[in-house]
Design a protein around this ligand. Structure first.
Ligand SMILES: Cc1cc2nc3c(=O)[nH]c(=O)nc-3n(C[C@H](O)[C@H](O)[C@H](O)COP(=O)(O)OP(=O)(O)OC[C@H]3O[C@@H](n4cnc5c(N)ncnc54)[C@H](O)[C@@H]3O)c2cc1C
Length: 474
């Protein structure tokens, strides 16, 4: 018997359900819409794109183009349907949202082993499952996640942009912690003189913000304050806030007029986060205005700041790279999609794909451990329990788990790098991550030219993925 539950028919959940069904499993797919909507979804359709209709660039020499190519090689339903629903959009893969959702729904409906349960999941039951309820997860399920992950499920409402380390102008930046606390390697300071600050300030307060919906407005004011809103409170507010220069001495030994601190985003030091620069500016405006910071003049933005409600688990503390829970005895529960700490439509689908392929490998090991209590898709079919820890577990001992081979593309691939980032990034200050070249291990031989460097990353990733898929098929 191979049976699994998928919670959430979004990008990750639909991809996961498809991979499970294709692998011969029986799937129960729980979706709360249309009965209960999220603040962003407007239809009851599967795989609804909540905002932009763009799945970003298709150019293989971009990180998201590379991820797409890998997804195609792994037979992603989401990618196939996006291609079928494409509309002209230059080098980006943009889709007709309705046609895209219809295609995903059709792609799943052809499997007789699929049962769709249109109901909100509020309890996490002790069955093999992939939880993919997205960044707007809340209510009972969010409480359950808090319990299940030892309180490590986070509710976060703001993110600052991330730039690539190699694009920073180190002539205009220096490493130093405020008051020298914790050594000097932690923060990279980007100073501004009075004139530079003035120009930056004027452009920041005049810059255009992304549209704010009701639910986002609450998040803005209850949580972290976006830098542009803070700036509007007064010319010097930022100099007393995230750009305060106290405790910092410039290269000339003097305190700068203002400073932007960058913090390393990953262990390899290839990405930096603009500390305190959570923002709601349009992406183009972020690039234009933040590039006025002298050290960031030519900065490459790996991820733009976003401002919306965002639930996710503290993945490095609780998830394996397969997206299964780390805790012994809970290896049959996976968390995928944005809730797992990836960011973006295609990234969410990729995590659903990897989770499902790994679920397929553990399902045969579970069958003798505990019978699966079938849900008939009715209220009465559901079991409930106070806390999953008190329920009988599908015991997957460490030994059993270590004997199951994982589905895990190599670290040189975008998919493999993203999965590993989720499991091994710094747990403290962890925030959702999208695909980007900074996740990949450095090239053996440094390549100075940016274009050539990307080509080399892509060539290496392509060779690694082709080899992996070839061996998988054997
Ligand atoms: C407002 C907003 C705008 C975004 N814009 C973009 C963008 O333009 N580009 C981009 O790449 N990424 C964007 N993202 C980020 C992210 O890529 C998307 O949220 C993406 O849809 C995540 O995929 P997912 O499968 O994890 O979640 P979702 O696609 O949100 O799917 C989750 C599904 O679970 C269902 N669900 C939730 N709770 C329950 C429950 N308790 N029981 C049953 N079903 C439940 C939901 O109804 C939904 O169908 C945005 C996110 C938000 C919140």
């Amino acid at each position: 018997m191979k049976k699994a539950r998928v919670i959430g028919a979004g990008l990750a959940g639909c991809e996961a359900a498809y991979q499970l069904l294709k692998g011969g499993a029986e799937v129960e797919l729980f979706e709360m819409r249309p009965h209960k909507k999220t603040p962003a979804h407007v239809t009851g359709d599967f795989a609804e794109l909540v905002c932009s209709n763009s799945l970003k660039s298709e150019d293989v020499f971009t990180s998201s183009g590379l991820l797409k190519r890998e997804m195609e090689l792994m037979d992603s339903l989401i990618l196939r349907c996006a291609n079928a629903a494409r509309i002209p959009s230059g080098s980006a893969l943009a889709v007709d949202k309705e046609r895209f959702s219809e295609a995903v729904q059709r792609g799943l409906a052809r499997f007789s082993k699929l049962t769709v349960v249109r109901r909100e999941t509020e309890k996490i039951e002790n069955v093999p499952q992939i939880i993919a309820t997205g960044p707007l997860t809340d209510g009972g399920l969010m409480d359950e996640l808090q319990k299940l992950t030892g309180g490590a499920a986070y509710f976060f409402d703001a993110a600052a942009p991330i730039v690539s380390a190699e694009s920073i102008d180190y002539e205009r930046a220096f490493f130093q912690s405020r008051y020298g606390k914790g050594g000097d390697g932690g923060y990279l300071n980007c100073p501004l003189d009075k004139d530079e600050y003035g120009r930056f300030y004027e452009e920041l307060i005049a810059a255009e913000c992304a549209e704010i919906r009701d639910f986002e407005e609450r998040a803005v004011f209850s949580g972290c304050m976006p830098v542009e809103i803070m700036a509007k409170r007064g010319r010097d507010t930022l100099r007393f806030g995230p750009m305060r220069p106290v405790g910092i001495r410039g290269i000339d030994g003097k305190r700068p007029y203002a400073v932007v601190q960058l913090r390393r985003e990953n262990a390899g030091g290839t990405m930096y986060n603009l500390v305190g620069f959570q923002t709601h500016l349009k992406f183009g405006e972020q690039k234009r205005v933040f590039s006025l910071i002298p050290a960031l003049k030519n900065a490459e933005f790996l991820r733009f700041g976003v401002m919306h409600r965002n639930s996710y688990v503290l993945a490095p503390a609780v998830l394996k790279e397969t997206f299964a829970l780390k805790a012994e005895g809970y290896g049959h529960i996976f968390i995928a999609g944005q809730l797992s700490g990836v960011e973006g439509y295609v990234e969410s689908a990729a995590s659903g794909l990897v989770a499902a392929k790994n679920m397929l490998r553990i399902l045969p090991e579970l069958s003798d451990a505990q019978p699966f209590a079938p849900s008939k898709g009715t209220e009465t079919g559901m079991r409930s329990h106070e806390n999953i820890a008190n329920a009988p577990q599908f015991m997957l001992s460490r030994e059993t788990v270590s004997n199951i081979s994982q589905f895990m593309p190599p670290p040189e691939t975008m998919t493999g790098a993203l999965c590993r980032h989720i499991a091994y990034a710094e747990a403290k200050d962890f925030q959702p991550m999208n695909s980007n070249f900074g996740l990949l291990p450095p090239l053996e031989k440094a390549v100075r030219d940016k274009k050539k460097r990307k080509e080399e990353y892509v060539r290496r990733a392509g060779a690694a993925m082709d080899e992996y898929i070839k061996n998988e098929r054997k």
